[in-house]
Write a protein that binds this ligand. Structure first.
Ligand SMILES: C[S@@+](CC[C@H](N)C(=O)[O-])C[C@H]1O[C@@H](n2cnc3c(N)ncnc32)[C@H](O)[C@@H]1O
Length: 361
């Protein structure tokens, strides 16, 4: 048994069952053995999954073009802007973005501080190595807030799908939700119902008509950590944009007859793994983002929703403007291939969505 599995066992043993969200938090972020804390490559060909960043530098270049436009709109301010990236993995996206700005908008780059929010010491080290040429323009913080409020942009790519989720199931005969937790079955981890008295967080609210027909055992996840993160990020901005790109749905799309087992998945070496509880720390655990919940969290913090789009719509909109700019006039087959990977439904174009909110000072 791994050190991490032993640690999780020692948390479960005295209480009998822990929420799945706690299991996921430890499996991904345990300080030494969590999936995101250990030093193995996780993203890209050698790892367990691809992201838009692994497709090549075009993704960061298009974001840089859009960010430069947004910052150029800032009324009455000419410097002291921040771009804050959360969950920057190995710093590649930051490097692609900053390199494009240095080449094509050097005057703007001089007015920006780039902040990275990254709790993992291992990843911070990778990021610092990759971004050495941009030091001291880049600053790090382990958690939001990175000091605010400020004017600028807060963004993340595939961060919120990696935050711990609670897993609820519908008890049709009892017409009530219950929470699935993790317990011990000999040497193994197993699913167990959490007694309602144990203080499970409130479950999803669905219309009565829907609850009457929802099949017994229907599973749904909630992610209070993502909603809190979004609210905190919104609180950092006195002017600017909050943006995330990730796979997910609206609340309405989450409830589908085809998705009776929820969206929680485990990945190991680009393959779906059937067992979410096996080998904690060795496989990625991820769930689709509920964009309606984020949208509501941002609006409750005073932001205005500017767009909720698919990734292809968002990137095509940027490209339509970017091709008129000298920086993108030289197009080549590598850029075409990258753009197809980012937008084609068989690659990253189907599941990925973009939520964009803004605050105007
Ligand atoms: C799936 S990876 C992100 C992939 C990366 N953005 C890319 O596009 O390739 C998730 C990252 O989020 C970081 N992370 C986890 N919790 C975080 C939090 N609360 N704030 C910021 N980053 C966090 C992890 O350490 C990891 O670097």
């Amino acid at each position: 048994m791994s050190e991490l599995a032993g640690f999780i066992r020692s948390e479960i043993a005295p209480v009998g069952v822990i929420p799945f969200a706690r299991f996921m938090e430890l499996a991904l972020y345990h300080p030494r053995q969590g999936y995101y804390e250990s030093s193995r490559e996780r993203v890209g060909f050698q790892g367990d999954f691809y992201t838009s960043v692994s497709a090549g530098e075009l993704f960061g270049q298009l974001l840089a073009f859009r960010f430069a436009r947004w910052l150029g709109e800032l009324p009455g301010k000419s410097d002291g802007w921040r771009i804050v990236e959360a969950g920057a993995h190995d710093g590649r996206l930051a490097r692609d973005l900053l390199s494009w700005l240095r080449l094509h908008r050097p005057e703007l780059l001089g007015k920006i501080q780039y902040w990275i929010i990254e709790p993992s010491p291992q990843r911070r080290q990778w990021q610092q190595e990759k971004l050495r040429e941009f030091s001291p323009q880049v600053q790090w913080s382990t958690h939001l807030p990175a000091a605010g409020p400020f004017s600028g942009i807060v963004f993340s790519n595939e961060l919120l799908d990696a935050l711990p989720v609670h897993r609820f199931a519908w008890d049709a005969p009892g017409q009530a939700w219950f929470e699935w937790g993790v317990a011990l079955d000999g040497d193994k981890f197993c699913w167990a119902k959490i007694p309602p008295a144990a203080g499970a967080p409130p479950a999803v609210r669905l219309p009565e008509e829907l609850l009457r027909v929802l099949p017994d055992g229907y599973v749904i996840e909630t992610c209070p950590a993502a909603e809190q993160w979004w609210r905190d990020a919104a609180g950092l901005l006195d002017w600017g944009r909050l943006l995330t790109l990730d796979y997910g749905f609206t609340a309405g799309e989450m409830i589908s007859p085809a998705r009776t087992r929820g969206t929680l998945r485990a990945y190991h070496r680009h393959h779906l793994s059937d067992d979410l509880l096996i080998n904690p720390g060795e496989q990625d655990l991820t769930a689709h983002v509920n964009f309606s919940a984020l949208q509501a969290a941002g609006e409750s913090a005073g932001l205005t929703t500017e767009a909720y789009l698919t990734q292809p719509q968002f990137l095509t909109g940027i490209l339509a403007e970017a091709v008129k700019d000298a920086a993108f006039r030289e197009w080549n087959t590598s850029r075409t291939r990258q753009f197809q990977t980012l937008t084609h439904p068989e690659h990253l174009g189907r599941a990925f969505k973009v939520l964009l909110q803004r605050r105007e000072g």
